[in-house]
Ligand binder design. Structure first.
Ligand code: C2O
Ligand code: CU
Ligand code: CU
Length: 564
């Protein structure tokens, strides 16, 4: 009896070690702009055998959300409906837009409320992402799986011979990892690293790529872990794009470091592979330098993980038939890069990483203090070029992300030649190794708003939630205008209203409009609504509503009511 059990056990374990079962990579639904509705819900996903896991999703996805497609030059109009049980926010990471539309910690969307930001896309063709950003809740909301990619297209990119059939030869890959409790729920608190990798929301993802050149849009959506990616046969692949745009030329590499929040587009040449052959994308994370996020030796505990200090599989690819009009070669040139002239910088911003040491009572933060939503840390003149230096004299690596702008990394440790070749171009996140500094320049154009700040922070969501975040405002060159304003003529019509209501604000620009029901609950939030454009209220229940309008100039609040 004993013997039979033993034989069976060893047979089973051998079987499990060798038979890897894969899940087909989900391709998130494509949502075409410029008008998009995002419906955020609490949901469940069957991520592993046994219980379902409580997750968050958007527009019917059970983890993660649709991929939004917009064109440069479009004015996008988002309708974000928060149907979570919790307040949240939705931030447009990497995009240049007014602070009040940015979806940072100041733009809280209460449960059941509709938020309607809109802005003109001025970003270059690239891969961006949207994700929650509620202070102290970012880790939790991101961990649930809320977020999605936003792909910008433009004429320059469209003219290039690049793969761009979404989900066929142009494939989004969003990587993150989770740790599970025995009931299959995510363990979020005190967990810097998950134990199991999720790719677009599934474990052990596999995908059949056509026998041609394939474009992979990679986002590291981890909590802290970096990936040093490469392929199982060590083949060369080509970096074509950074966070905020395409490069001048493809950069051939066989390893690429992708830190949290970074996006890279790469080309993978499968044109010479045999059909049926398999090829794995790996994280070559074993034996990284000390301080590499995910290089820790521990397998469990707060900084431990089953994936730490290990090479592990990220994707299993199989080569399939080529498509009708395949791209068969790697282009020689992409988009001429016109970076920011360093000599135009008029200000220096120095940021130092503080705290977090084993004997420090303070969590990681920046000089000037841990995040305080009422304290503005920096005031930047509009249209200025600023040089930012972030110094990390800490024992651990971090990331640094700034809202509003795309920057050019110009030095590491004061040395221009120490900037990685792969980092040249437009970026909004950088990796900051231990005991190093990084310097970038950025232009702060277009949107001044002394009231509403933008964020900069470590993109490790646990560090960000603990206060490794600060905020800046962009101020107009001059702001003097003291004429008396007459608000009495502002009116709403029709009143009573049924499907839509128009605010006639005369010549007054409104900074913010919010609509509240009789219980005082905010039902709709409209940052900087365009003059005279009808507001759709068809989804609101019958009743009396209060409309609070803030004047852009004076910041005074004007109140009107309407009946539906
Ligand atoms: Cu990706 Cu401030 O965020
Ligand atoms: Cu951001
Ligand atoms: Cu950090």
């Amino acid at each position: 009896m004993k013997r039979i059990v033993y034989v069976c056990f060893s047979f089973c374990s051998v079987f499990f070690i060798h038979a890897q079962t894969y899940n087909r990579l989900p391709i998130p639904q494509a949502l075409k702009g410029p008008e998009c509705t995002l419906h955020i819900i609490d949901t469940f996903a069957q991520l592993r055998s046994g219980n379902q896991t409580i997750t968050g999703g958007i527009n019917g996805h059970q983890f993660w959300g649709p991929t939004i497609f917009v064109n440069k030059g479009d004015t996008v109009r988002m309708t974000v409906i928060n149907n979570l049980n919790d307040s949240t926010t939705l931030h447009w990471h990497g995009l240049h837009l007014p602070a009040v539309m940015d979806g940072g910690p100041h733009q809280v969307i209460p449960p059941g409320t509709i938020w309607k930001p809109f802005w003109k896309i001025t970003n270059n063709a690239s891969t961006y992402w949207y994700h929650p950003h509620l202070h102290e809740m970012t880790l939790e909301h991101l961990s649930k799986g809320i977020g999605g990619l936003l792909i910008v297209n433009d004429e320059q990119e469209s003219a290039l011979p690049l793969p761009r059939t979404y989900g066929i030869d142009d494939i989004p890959l969003v990587f993150t990892s989770r740790r599970y409790a025995t009931n299959n729920q995510f363990i979020v608190q005190n967990t810097a690293y998950g134990d199991y990798l999720l790719t677009n929301g599934v474990h052990n993802a596999e995908f059949t790529v056509p026998r041609q050149v394939v474009r992979l849009r990679i986002l590291n959506a981890e909590i802290e872990r970096s990936y040093s990616i490469g392929f199982s046969d060590n083949r060369t692949f080509y970096v074509i794009g950074t966070d905020g745009g395409l490069r001048e030329q493809p950069l051939p590499v066989n390893r690429l470091h992708i830190a949290v929040g970074e996006r890279y587009e790469i080309l993978l040449d499968c044109s010479k592979d045999e059909i049926g052959k398999s090829l794995d994308l790996l994280a070559y994370n074993a034996n990284q330098p000390f301080g590499f996020p995910g290089g820790e030796p521990a397998q469990d505990g707060q900084f431990g993980s089953l994936l730490n200090n290990k090479n592990f599989q990220m994707m299993h690819f199989t080569i399939g038939e080529s498509t009708g009009t395949p791209i068969m070669t790697i282009p020689e040139t992409l988009i001429p890069f016109q970076g920011i002239d360093v000599n135009t910088a008029t200000g220096n911003q120095d940021i130092r990483v503080m705290g977090g040491a084993p004997n420090s009572p303070m969590p990681f933060h920046f000089n000037g203090g841990i995040f305080n939503i009422t304290r503005v840390d920096k005031t930047i003149p509009m249209n200025s070029v600023q040089k930012w230096t972030i110094t990390n004299s800490n024992v651990f690596g971090h990331t640094f992300h700034i809202h509003d702008v795309q920057f050019n990394l110009i030095a590491r440790n004061g040395n221009a030649s120490a900037v990685g070749q792969h980092e040249l171009g437009w970026k909004d996140v950088l990796y900051l190794p231990r005991n190093e500094s990084a310097t970038f320049i950025a232009r702060f154009d277009d949107y001044a708003d002394p009231l509403h700040p933008f964020m900069y922070h470590c993109h490790f969501s646990n560090h960000e939630d603990d206060g490794m975040m600060q905020q800046f405002v962009v101020v107009p060159p001059s702001d003097v205008n003291d004429e008396e304003i007459d608000y009495t003529s502002i009116q709403l019509y029709p009143n009573p209203a049924s499907e839509s209501i128009i605010i006639d604000s005369k010549n007054i620009d409104l900074y913010y409009v919010s609509i509240h029901n009789v219980n005082g609950k905010t039902v709709m939030m409209l940052p900087q609504p365009e003059r005279g454009v009808p507001i759709h209220i068809g989804s609101l229940a019958k009743g009396i509503y209060t409309v609070k309008m803030i004047d852009s100039k004076s910041k005074q609040t004007i109140i009107r009511t309407f009946v539906k």
